[in-house]
Design a protein around this ligand. Structure first.
Ligand SMILES: [Zn+2]
Length: 235
């Protein structure tokens, strides 16, 4: 509150409780200076539920003691605390590799929430739909398309050939062999096919993952998809 707002607040308080009125000009000036020094960083009103006049009125309504600046500052502090406790940092819209900008945006959002300029973002809002998502962030996500950026994905491909083969199949519109259980090596859906290395004396030594699925598994996936496509779309 600036001095003008403090004066308006004091005038409002004076109407509710005559004891706070200072008739002597010097005393009135001192009172204004004191309240301004103590409440300069407290806003008179925010778009989201804070009003210093409501806090003052509440005190006069419920307390027999004359109002002090603390009786406005204390509700303001608990208002701030309550909002920050309900706030979950949303994902900033800036480039995650730009550490400074990333932290700055997180801090700015927290500050806006604490001072009542923005509503707290709750964890529920993150998990339920993406309708409130920042448009800048939405376009960044569309660009990347995945939590692993395309360049990193390409660099990783030689070290996870099964996964890379699966992604290639998906982008080409082929059926995903890994979506079914392998009838040959019995690998579960989602797991790569396995190759057994056999010791010369006959015992199995160890299994290694195959980069590609067994042909029978791919046939099964193709058959299953054809079956699904034939079912009438009732749902
Ligand atoms: Zn297999």
């Amino acid at each position: 509150m600036d001095r003008r707002e403090i004066a308006a607040l004091l005038a409002y308080i004076g109407r509710l409780d005559q004891r706070t009125i200072r008739t002597d000009p010097g005393e009135a000036r001192d009172q204004l200076a004191q309240w301004h020094a103590l409440l300069g960083d407290v806003p008179i009103v925010t778009p989201h539920g804070w009003d210093a006049r409501v806090a003052a009125r509440q005190h006069i309504r419920t307390s027999p003691y004359q109002i002090l600046p603390a009786d406005v500052a204390r509700p303001w502090e608990s208002y701030r605390r309550d909002r920050l406790a309900r706030h979950t940092d949303p994902t900033p819209s800036v480039d995650p590799d730009d550490q400074a900008a990333w932290s700055a945006e997180l801090l700015d959002t927290r500050h806006a929430v604490a001072t009542g300029a923005a509503q707290p973002a709750q964890a529920r809002a993150i998990t339920s739909g993406r309708q409130d998502i920042d448009p800048k962030l939405a376009s960044r996500l569309r660009e990347v398309g995945s939590c692993i950026p395309p360049a990193a994905r390409a660099a990783l491909a030689p070290w996870r050939p099964a996964r890379a083969a699966r992604e290639v199949a998906l982008t080409q519109g082929l059926p995903d062999a890994l979506s079914v259980r392998c009838p040959w090596c019995l690998a579960q859906p989602g797991e790569s096919c396995r190759r057994r290395q056999v010791h010369p004396d006959g015992g199995a030594r160890r299994t290694t993952q195959r980069a590609t699925a067994h042909p029978g598994r791919l046939d099964l996936a193709i058959a299953q998809r054809a079956e699904q496509d034939q079912q009438p779309a009732t749902a």
